[in-house]
Design a protein around this ligand. Structure first.
Ligand SMILES: Cc1cc2nc3c(=O)[nH]c(=O)nc-3n(C[C@H](O)[C@H](O)[C@H](O)COP(=O)(O)OP(=O)(O)OC[C@H]3O[C@@H](n4cnc5c(N)ncnc54)[C@H](O)[C@@H]3O)c2cc1C
Length: 396
């Protein structure tokens, strides 16, 4: 928190507004962080700056504990299926649950919660730049200058990320919520991955059935940055999938959303000596290994708030084992060079007995021993080929 003399100096220097913490970008990560900061540090002043409203899209995630904001969760699944060509595996979940919500519901719920907290202010403005001044940060907007002891930056600019990461990959896709005329889905089982085996990329579909006649069907294409998969292409893929793979002839599209997510292995780094901390996608919360970012964003926000409350500093120790941190560097590369091998590997990890263990692996929480148990389910030639490529990245 800014101490009183410093706050006075900053206030008298010019017509600026000074806060303990400024959060740039009021999207998922910005709002989560504001929420946890306000809870952990009720005496701190927090400013959340955002420039406009965001598009609505569906966010699904898995968790093995209760999460905050329960009321926005529209459904939960206790069983997941994975498919690869004609093979299908159904995995009951014991500790984990798969959840989904719509971004617009999240925004209105969080906005309602945040406006109840007296130490949060909101400002609509386009942030042009942030300057680290050593003992404080200056946040420049058209409306004027804001100062803070710490600033959290979630501005997302895919082109800027690409400049920073030449291997940047994209996940591009379209989700439809469809209503069918006859019972077509098993609402107890969500299809987490249905891998497309005939495309050149690491692509998959997923199906979240809310009832026997209503489901979210999504296609996701993991591609190099330069490959453009437009909405029309996605619509054609979804139509074929629903008819040919799901066997549904009559349905209506109730809701749709198309989007692109950058999957980077080189996010904007956090430097211990910087007062500007990248968060959200900008801070590396979306990765090639799982584009699923919501739980990572939640954990990161809670950890930052807790570190500030206990140490006065927002940096906390990355608790992940070395092999997960190491894999971060290479996964995007493997996905772009060997997409089909990566699909086979992912598929074979899921087995009726390993649903929870596989999700824990994707959450980067398994021990080496647990991963050994998991990898026993992967056919030896697939695992050997994968490990060889991981260790010798130039292998053809
Ligand atoms: C279509 C789509 C589907 C996704 N599905 C899933 C999913 O199923 N599961 C999952 O876990 N994750 C999913 N994600 C990934 C991730 O959870 C979301 O991208 C999430 O919104 C990331 O949060 P964020 O805060 O980093 O970015 P955002 O939520 O996009 O927030 C960034 C904010 O910054 C603001 N901003 C940008 N520039 C400025 C500026 N100059 N000045 C002021 N404000 C600015 C924007 O208005 C925006 O509100 C999905 C993403 C997309 C795009």
């Amino acid at each position: 928190m800014i101490d009183a003399p410093m706050r006075e100096t900053m206030m008298s220097a010019s017509v600026t507004t000074t806060y303990d913490y400024v959060i740039v970008g009021g999207g998922v990560s910005g709002q989560c962080l504001a929420y946890f900061l306000a809870k952990e540090l009720p005496a701190a002043s927090i400013l959340l700056i955002d420039r406009d409203t965001d598009p609505d899209y569906n966010i699904s995630f898995w968790a093995d504990a209760d999460i905050p904001f329960q009321s926005i969760l529209s459904h939960r699944w206790t069983q997941i299926a994975v498919r690869y060509g004609d093979d299908q595996r159904v995995c009951p979940l014991h500790n984990y649950r798969l959840h989904a919500f719509w971004r617009a519901d999240f925004d209105s719920h969080l906005h309602h919660e945040l406006t109840k907290l007296p130490n949060i202010c909101f400002q609509e403005a386009n942030v042009k730049s942030l300057t680290d001044c050593g003992d404080h940060v200056e946040i420049h907007t058209k409306l004027g200058l804001y100062k803070a002891a710490w600033a959290f930056d979630s501005r997302l600019n895919i082109a800027a990320l690409r400049q920073h990461d030449p291997n940047l990959m994209l996940m591009q896709g379209l989700a439809w919520e469809i209503q069918t005329t006859t019972p077509s889905f098993d609402p107890t089982t969500a299809t987490l991955f249905d891998f497309l085996v005939e495309t050149p990329e690491f692509d998959f579909m997923y199906v979240l059935p809310y009832t026997s006649t209503y489901a979210l069907v999504n296609c996701a294409f993991v591609t190099p940055y330069d490959t453009n998969i437009d909405k029309t292409t996605c619509e054609a893929v979804l139509r074929d999938y629903i008819t040919d793979r799901l066997g549904i002839q009559h349905y209506t599209v109730a809701k749709a959303c198309y989007g692109r997510i950058p999957l980077t292995s080189r996010p904007f780094a956090r430097h211990d000596n910087s007062r500007i901390i990248p968060i959200g996608v900008r801070g590396g919360m979306v990765k090639a290994s799982t584009s699923y970012a919501f739980t990572r964003i939640l954990n990161d926000s809670q950890s930052i708030a807790h570190a500030l409350a206990t140490t006065g500093n927002p940096y906390y120790r990355d608790q992940r084992a070395w092999y997960y941190r190491w894999a971060d560097k290479y996964t995007a590369n493997i996905f772009s060079r060997l997409p089909k091998l990566a699909q086979k590997l992912m598929f074979s990890m899921f087995d009726p007995t390993t649903g929870d263990l596989s999700l824990r692996f994707l959450d980067e929480r398994n021990s080496l021993r647990e991963n050994q148990t998991l990898f026993q389910h992967i056919p030896r030639p697939v695992l050997t080929e994968f490990l060889l490529h991981l260790v010798f990245p130039r292998l053809r």
